[in-house]
Write a protein that binds this ligand. Structure first.
Ligand SMILES: [Zn+2]
Ligand SMILES: [Zn+2]
Length: 193
């Protein structure tokens, strides 16, 4: 088989105590988040995607927040998201006032209009696209699973795999499903010492 960059990536990531596909996916996310914060905070296309995703999922938002020197970049993008939400909320409130609550603000939050208001706000908050970091993670997983499946026929890869902890269960299933010849792959499940 051809040993390309992806082969060398998964080969190097085979580890005594971590799944290689998990490792490469987490590395890809960390790289992406770093790039987002230091290179793309003011990039209009990345910002539009960030707004459409309604921010990062909680896992990746906290991963960023716990990173070094992330406060400025995070405040810029989340301030923008809050502004967008504020504008949308003004439009929603004005529409609800127009359709029935009249000018009675308190009626907006009562039983008659509260449900419609909550529904419209909930609809705005729904993601228009996945969390940007989750997407990077899925794409990295797909690449690494395909590269691992392709590397199974390589004797050096097998030797290094057998010295590693192996793959986690979801990635073991994915690699087996992606393998060209799924027969005779028992060696993918490491035997405990
Ligand atoms: Zn894994
Ligand atoms: Zn995410």
């Amino acid at each position: 088989m051809q040993r390309d960059a992806l082969f060398h990536g998964v080969y190097r990531a085979l580890h005594p105590d971590r799944c290689a596909v998990c490792e490469l996916s987490l590395e890809a996310v960390a790289r992406y988040l770093w790039g987002f914060l230091y290179e793309r905070v003011n990039d209009p296309w990345s910002r539009a995607d960030f707004i459409a995703a309604r921010g990062f999922c909680s896992t990746h938002a906290w991963q960023l927040a716990r990173g070094r020197d992330s406060a400025t970049g995070l405040s810029i993008v989340y301030w923008h998201l809050l502004e967008e939400f504020g504008e949308a909320l003004s439009v929603i409130l004005a529409r609800q006032l127009a359709v029935g609550a009249g000018q009675r603000w308190r009626a907006l939050f009562g039983p008659q209009h509260g449900e419609a208001l909550a529904r419209e706000v909930g609809q705005w908050l729904e993601r228009r696209r996945p969390c940007l970091a989750c997407q990077q993670q899925w794409e990295a997983e797909e690449r690494s699973v395909a590269a691992t499946a392709a590397a199974l026929a390589d004797d050096d890869f097998r030797a290094r795999y057998e010295a590693s902890v192996g793959l986690c269960l979801p990635h073991l299933v994915a690699v087996t499903a992606a393998a060209e010849d799924p027969g005779g792959l028992e060696w993918l499940v490491p035997v405990p010492p």
